[in-house]
Design a protein around this ligand. Structure first.
Ligand code: ADP
Length: 263
């Protein structure tokens, strides 16, 4: 298939306090996300996953290398093209408070991107918000409520509804289900799978949890200390991991031995 996001030799260095040399949080990483598929980036905490996600979202500037969206280098975007990119590549973060203002009603949280982008009028936006709530399987009665009045799973559905408001092509999920109980996590992953099947969305899915990967991803990139150590289909990674590091990550999954059938 066609690549919607391509990351080429992406590198990010940070200055560390009281250190002379720069620290490479992301070191020469290259991969592509195919349209309509899910690519998971896995690795332990600190391996550089979020830094990659933030560069893909153009929230952080690479030290070197490029991120392309639909074949164009995103660092060259400005004006209309930048707005278009911001509209079509949406984040969903682990902590929905990252995207939901606790002082905003659910209605206002979901409606805000529509208002900012000048889409529709007041009346059509109410209709659209109801449609978006229905899309994430929540009743329109939650519109008048506030994030702290909802469960973690419901808040994550609201964050997804907000991300869906502008009809994105790509959703970058950074540990989007990590804070949820396994059962709720399962429901949110199913919702994301359904939305993908229905809308042809592409997901860049950041997680430290390989059990989540198995449920959602078509392909997996394994990162360690800022480097890409393995990139393969999900089945390949689970059935024939090439790197010892990937095997160690798989061993850490509860019931991982059973899933791998190696005991
Ligand atoms: P992950 O998402 O895999 O947990 P991150 O991308 O958040 O990893 O971080 C990778 C490394 O870069 C970590 O060692 C982290 O401490 C460091 N890092 C991330 N952001 C910054 C920053 N703004 N300044 C300095 N170091 C940072």
């Amino acid at each position: 298939g066609e690549n919607i996001i391509t990351v080429g030799n992406l590198t990010k260095e940070f200055h560390l306090p009281r250190r002379k040399e720069m620290f490479k949080a992301v070191d020469d990483v290259s991969f592509s996300l195919k349209r309509g598929t899910t690519l998971a980036i896995v690795g332990e905490s600190g391996s550089g996953k979020s830094t990659v996600a933030n560069m893909v979202l153009r929230l952080l500037e690479p030290t070197s290398g490029t991120v392309s969206y639909e074949g164009d280098d995103i660092s060259t975007f400005s004006g209309r093209r930048l707005l278009d990119f911001r509209r079509h590549v949406q984040p969903v973060f682990q902590n929905p408070y990252g995207s939901l203002d606790p002082m905003y009603s659910i209605y206002r949280s979901i409606e805000e991107p529509l208002r900012i982008h000048g889409i529709g009028n007041r009346k059509s936006r109410v209709t659209r918000v109801k449609e978006l709530l229905d899309m994430v399987k929540l009743p329109s009665s939650v519109m008048g409520r506030y994030p702290n009045e909802l469960s973690g799973g419901q808040r994550q559905r609201i964050a997804i509804a907000r991300a869906m408001a502008l009809d994105p092509d790509v959703i970058v999920c950074d540990e989007a289900v990590s804070a949820l109980d396994v059962l709720v996590q399962d429901q949110v992953l199913r919702l994301l799978n359904d939305l993908q099947a229905e809308k042809g969305l592409s997901y860049l899915f950041i997680t430290h949890d390989l059990a989540v990967v198995r449920q959602i991803a078509d392909e997996v990139v394994v990162m360690q200390h800022g480097r890409l150590v393995e990139h393969a289909t999900t089945d390949e990674v689970f059935d024939h991991p090439r790197q010892q590091y990937t095997r160690d990550l798989l061993e850490a999954i509860p019931g991982g031995h059973l899933q791998l059938g190696i005991d």
